[in-house]
Design a binder for this molecule. Sequence first.
Ligand code: NAP
Ligand code: SF4
Length: 669
Amino acid sequence: MTPFPHLLAPIRLGDVALRNRVVMGSMHTGLEETGDWERVASFYAARAAGGVGLIVTGGMAPNREGGVFPGAAGLFSDKDIANHRKVTDRVHENGGRIVMQVLHAGRYAYGKECVAPSAVKSPISPFVPTALDEDGIEKQINDIAMAAARAREAGYDGVEIMGSEGYFLNQFLVRHTNRRTDGWGGSYENRMRLPVEVVRRVRAAMGPDAILIYRISLIDLVPDGSSWDEVVTLARAIEAAGASVLNTGIGWHEARVPTIATSVPRAAFTWLTARLRPEVGIPVITSNRINTPEVAEGILASGQADMVSMARPFLADADFVAKAAEGRAAEIAPCIACNQACLDHTFGGKLTSCLVNPRACHETELTYAPAQVAKKIAVVGAGPAGMMTAIVAAERGHAVTLFDQAARVGGQLHLAANVPGKEEFVGLIQWFDTMLGKAGVTRRLGAPATPTDLVDFDEVVIATGVLPRDPGITGQDRALSYIDVLNGAPVGRRVAIIGAGGIGFDVAEFLVHSGQSTTEDFGRWRLEWGVGDPKDVPGGLAAAGPQPEAPAREVWLLQRKAEKPGRRLGKTTGWIHRAALQMKGVKMLGGINYTAITEQGLLIERDGVQELLPVDDVILCAGQTPLRVLADDVMANGSNVHVIGGADLASELDAKRAIDQGARLASRL
Ligand code: NAP
Ligand code: SF4
């Protein structure tokens, strides 16, 4: 008996039978824009082969003005159909079902041609949209319906219409973006006319058999958003207009509440899907921060939704469903919701991938073929780079021994796992541990490897990581290092942190919190970020605003660069870290020179003026340098040596680069 009977139960959507209740949610990968549709097809085919019930593609523009950015992929013309056909054929050959998401970005379209109900600029775009006239609205409806008709011709099982996240259709629903006084604005009936008409026309264009998912915003998380009554009214009208299923959308893109970041509690918004479910007669899909089959099963078993959508977890592991079905859930590579290789790449104009799975979106180029000659390989260092190398090399057939002076594998991932809001790292370490065991990697832990230990190996991989940088500040022997602090060393009430990189921010987060992390306590997290209820306040922002708990310490977070601290953090998560620390009163200062650490505190110079920060403790988070003494010794022995991860290059090292480098090296050994 499977532990996931609800998740693996089949379901029918209209005339289409799905093999289980797992939806791979829509993600923009950037693959379509490469023009290499074999690559796009390989990406989706791998997920279909991995057992997912239904795939939703990345958002496809119905026309040029509706594209998320100039040149965004779409299905504007009949000549696009052959490309999309490659995708649908490969998914169907692998037993899957796939619908194409039609995404009209409205005022979020990053270009001068963008259109919207009214000429109201979004806070996250420099472009003022053109307000559509009656003919313009009709053109948009027609283009969306045409895209759906072409999607059917291309072999898709239907479409998902993106009606949430603050995109075009959502912009018609609320008064602050829809200031029209004609039949498309004013009363709610008028404001919801466009989404309902779009669904009606899409249904007519596709015929009765196709899947029609409407993604509806259940909580906008912006001021003056939709009320709960309006959400229910819209849901019923969308159902009547011909939708076969409702998918859950949470928060507009301009919302200042995190909705998918790792610090958001798992399944944090499913209560809204559960509330909608009895209001409609069609199935509802829940989403957001669901990343394990256990959580997904719990949601379905308790009747909160009919299906579960997960997006990024299918970057982390294409075989998520197959592994769950085969009783191998512990082998599912966990999405840690870091955004580092997916959304941060997307918004940085790079191809999407995954921190945990560098093969994501690189399926055709990074392959782990069985080794031609089985070798003896030593990997020194059981951090992310070393563990990934060991697993991939062993899976390919090599005999791998993993050395680490620590008694457990994981390296610096253990430090990250201690930071409030980064609990997902615990699961990542467990996954590495499981996979090392499954791949048959021999462990030599608890003592440093010596050059003599390494003589008998064909290849030696040095992944010994980093050492904290010595910043050379007078009196620094009084300071603590981030390693001490994250491992639980006692720290006073007033603290200065030297260095405001990723680790400085993590340490600040660690020090201002006390008790259980709010990521593990939904009620407190909700208060912290001011998430209310759209029944009480339209849009669902709490009337009282964010109510963070008092900080556990008074913290100064410092850097020498004269720029805003945190500017170089992740594109899609940096604002969350900055906002979280601001709410805790952390004083983030740039342009600092460190004069000395004294008994009285930290002496700094700012704008040419000396100042004493009266702190009890100073914590050094001043970056890192490669730890590669062993590498030089082993190379001197004449061994075949590879240096990776922080031991290779400490600057801007993170787990993403370490894992990617390990996987790529191991694929070639
Ligand atoms: P980092 O991001 O390079 O930051 C180092 C900090 O130390 C900077 O603020 C730098 O600012 C300061 N610094 C550098 N040299 C100094 C010196 N000689 N004296 C005093 N201050 C000095 O490195 P990190 O914080 O150690 O993080 C290491 C890596 O882990 C980074 O690549 C980071 O992206 C990654 N990481 C990521 C996350 C995440 O959430 N994604 C979390 C933790 C770590 P100034 O030079 O301006 O003083
Ligand atoms: Fe998940 Fe991070 Fe991978 Fe994105 S990069 S899919 S958030 S683990």
